[in-house]
Design a binder for this molecule. Structure first.
Ligand code: E4P
Length: 217
């Protein structure tokens, strides 16, 4: 499974990238706002840092304007994926930008039917939002499983980019279902290393190392 980092914070991306944990980056208007940076400047910096796809979201809601914005965004770097919302205008922009040869990430997906439409419009990535379904007492992982089945039934090549990941358990569930990509905040990716038995086991080994005076260097 590919790991994308869901942030526009350069330092956090660089830290995980140095460990080989970053296959791409996703941003959205809220993350750009949080960064306090200019969208074009910060997106360029991210693209310079990361080899994989970097999603940058359009601000328009009209297809022609989304296409114009998308064409501007792809000038930033070759690894830009234009992020468009899952509306008819977004799908129209997706088709045009995909036909132009650009990567497109169709975002704000909340149903398998929406994912089917995005695949037919040629999307490179579909972004189903798990956490926001959990927020309204639905099971976001069911949506990932449904899209996986639908895409496999018909051989669609659109990659399932599990988004709105809030917990380490979401990551496990997405990996078990077979999401192609997951995008998570840096804190969630970093929390994946945690296990109390690892801590307990290491404490015991360290005690024995000290007691026996074991030295390698
Ligand atoms: C993904 O592309 C989105 O930017 C993101 O995962 C949304 O997450 P949230 O629902 O936690 O805001």
């Amino acid at each position: 499974m590919k790991f994308f980092v869901d942030t526009a914070e350069i330092d956090a991306i660089a830290e995980l990238n140095a460990l080989g944990m970053v296959d791409g980056v996703t941003t959205n208007p809220s993350l750009i706002k949080k960064s306090g940076r200019d969208i074009l400047e910060v997106t360029k910096e991210i693209c310079d840092l990361v080899d994989g796809p970097v999603s940058a979201e359009v601000t328009a809601t009209d297809a022609d304007e989304m296409i114009a914005e998308g064409r501007k965004l792809v000038e930033i770097a070759e690894n830009i994926a234009v992020k468009v919302p899952l509306t008819w205008d977004g799908l129209k922009a997706c088709k045009t930008l995909t036909d132009d040869g650009h990567m497109v990430n169709v975002t704000l997906c909340f149903s398998a039917n929406q994912a089917l439409l995005a695949a037919k419009a040629g999307a490179t990535f579909i972004s189903p939002f798990l956490g926001r379904l959990d927020d309204i007492n639905l099971d976001g992982t069911d949506l990932i499983a449904d899209i996986r089945q639908v895409y496999d039934n018909y051989g669609y090549e659109t990659q399932i980019l599990a988004a709105s990941i809030r917990t380490v358990n979401h990551v496990t569930q997405c990996a078990l279902i077979g999401a192609d990509v997951m995008t998570a905040p840096p804190a969630v990716i970093k929390a994946m290393v945690n296990h109390p038995l690892t801590d307990k086991g290491l404490d015991a080994f360290l005690a024995d190392i000290k007691a026996a005076g074991i030295k390698i260097l």
